[in-house]
Design a protein. Structure first.
Length: 97
């Protein structure tokens, strides 16, 4: 018989996610804390977004907190999908010649 250790993240009595390592569970729990803290900030911004969209945005920002932090510091730029596509096309044209 195998013994499996699982770490379960529970919020307000609801099981959110199950992990096999405590580190992953703690990281996910922290991300949820960040999203919870971002939600009032986004609602206060009066962006004409419904609560569901604000929650999705808060979750996205929390899930990408490291990249967002670098963006806010000005240390990295976001590449838009169009810019990435154009760069790949330019690289193809260069290698084809």
């Amino acid at each position: 018989m195998a013994v499996i250790t699982q770490f379960v993240v529970v919020r307000e009595g609801v099981e959110k996610m199950t992990f096999t390592s405590k580190k992953e569970a703690d990281s996910y729990d922290k991300m949820l804390d960040i999203a919870d803290n971002l939600l009032p900030f986004l609602i206060k911004a009066d962006l004409d977004l419904d609560e569901n969209k604000c929650e999705q945005l808060a979750f996205y920002l929390a899930n990408n907190k490291d990249e967002l932090s670098n963006l806010l510091k000005g240390t990295v730029q976001v590449k838009t999908p169009a810019a990435v596509k154009n760069k790949k096309a330019a690289a193809k044209n260069t290698t084809a010649e």
